[in-house]
Design a protein around this ligand. Structure first.
Ligand code: AMP
Ligand code: MG
Length: 424
């Protein structure tokens, strides 16, 4: 059986990023929210655009005021008022100043701003009471933060609030982003019904499809829901063929274990998929199955899809399915989607454990629970109740999975553990 590390490296090798030429769309500025940049963005404007004032005060010539003080103030004649948004009309000569406001354009002739609080006004004259520290004080220079023609944002960057501000400032109103990943999801099992169906004896609600839909949608991907498929080879064959033909990545749950009705792996192979993983030494999640389908050269007339389709046959137990997603699927999806390598995850933190953790010590064990900030230090609290892979109830509010390495059977309260951070 593969170790978690081996399985992770196989999965990440199979996951190939979208094509930075073909898998790109150009969207309006606001529509780029949460999307991933597919090409470098280069601005054509310096920033600041103009020399401007960082304060409400007076634009002066440093040489005029360098030796003043409250006892020996220097008086200057005010030649104009420059509010933000206006173009100065006068050149400030020796002995003169211009009233200026934050963000307003510096007038020619002036090189320094004296803040209002360090002046006294008398009619059209201003007395400078404190000499500025240095020439150029409180002047924000054109191009000081960014020079036109250099790279503003690099490919792989997610457009969140700060990046949106950068694009807007650069007047970049059309943004090249990677298309959204298409991820097909379906559940397998004769026992499954949807949440709105009557629950006949022996049936179980298909929670996995709901959990996965939300997980994918919150990551900005496009879930394609293919429903519930019975444990029947023909039905599975049809849905898997369709999923592989229409999605970049497929996630199914159930039917990958060793039971008599677990057909998924066989069908993957029948359909030409290469099965790279059929079980992993992880608890929960051992039956994880991963296959790759070659689609060959991309056809420009067909809907844009990645060249290969990656198939994850996740275990049916709800906790196992989510643990496998958090540990293996999410990093793969992030890589395929075009994100930079530092954003693939998974993200681990080493924290103090609040209670004991146990494992049988044969597989790498993931214990679900919550990360808490206690007196400024992060701690892990395992979920109370049964750590059973069918217990999706106490999985609610999970923010971390504590990892017990395969050889580790016991973590004492107060000991440190690696915790995989998960978003909920
Ligand atoms: P399987 O991997 O198909 O053997 O399923 C393992 C366990 O997970 C069984 O108890 C199933 O009833 C349960 N299960 C399978 N699929 C789902 C699903 N979509 N939602 C909730 N539980 C499921
Ligand atoms: Mg099943």
């Amino acid at each position: 059986m593969l170790s978690v590390k081996e399985a992770e490296s196989i999965v990440l090798n199979l996951a190939q990023p979208l094509d930075s030429q073909r898998d790109v769309e150009t969207v309006d500025l606001l529509a780029a929210s949460g999307r991933i940049l597919a090409a470098p963005v280069t601005g054509s404007l310096d920033f600041p655009y103009w020399d401007n004032s960082a304060m409400d005060g007076y634009a002066v010539r440093f040489a005029d005021v360098e030796n003043c003080s409250a006892e020996k103030p220097i008086a200057l004649d005010i030649v104009e008022d420059i509010p933000a948004g206006y173009q100065p009309q006068h050149t400030v000569q020796s002995g003169q100043a211009a009233r200026i406001f934050t963000g307003a354009v510096m007038p020619a002739g002036a090189d320094t701003v004296v803040m209002q609080e360090e002046t006294r006004r008398e009619g059209d004259r201003i007395f400078i009471l404190v000499s500025p520290e240095k020439p150029q004080a409180f002047v924000r220079h054109k191009g000081a933060f960014y020079q036109a023609g250099t790279t503003l944002l690099t490919p792989g960057t997610v457009i969140n609030a700060p990046e949106m501000a950068v694009l807007a400032t650069a007047q970049c109103i059309q943004v090249p982003v990677y298309r959204r990943l298409r991820v097909a999801i379906f559940s397998t099992g004769d026992e499954l019904v949807s949440p709105d169906e009557p629950l006949a004896p022996g049936k179980l609600v298909d929670s996995n499809q709901y959990a996965l839909t939300v997980l994918l949608a919150q990551m900005g991907f496009e879930p394609i829901r293919l429903g519930i498929v019975p444990d029947n080879e023909d039905a599975l064959n049809k849905v898997i063929s369709r999923a592989v033909a229409t999605a970049d990545v497929v996630l199914s749950t159930g039917g990958v274990s060793v039971g008599d009705y677990d057909y998924v792996e066989k069908i993957l192979a029948d359909l030409g998929g290469k099965v790279h993983i059929s079980s992993v030494a992880i608890k929960p999640g051992k039956p994880l199955t991963v296959a790759a389908f070659k689609r060959g050269e991309k056809n420009d007339d067909s809907p844009s899809l990645s060249s290969d389709c990656l198939y994850f046959g996740l275990p049916g137990n709800p906790v196992s399915a989510l643990v496998c997603c958090w540990r293996f699927v999410v990093p793969a999806l992030r890589k395929i989607s075009g994100l930079g390598e530092d954003a693939w995850g998974p993200e681990f933190v080493r924290v103090r454990c609040q209670a004991e953790l146990r494992s049988h010590g044969r597989r790498e064990t993931y214990v679900w629970g919550k990360l808490h900030l206690v007196a400024g230090v992060w701690e892990f609290e395992p979920a109370s109740g049964s750590q059973n892979s069918a217990n999706l109830i106490n999985l609610a509010n999970t923010s971390g999975l504590a990892v017990l390495p395969a050889s580790e059977t016991w973590i004492w309260p107060g000991e440190f553990v690696e915790v995989l951070k998960v978003s909920h």
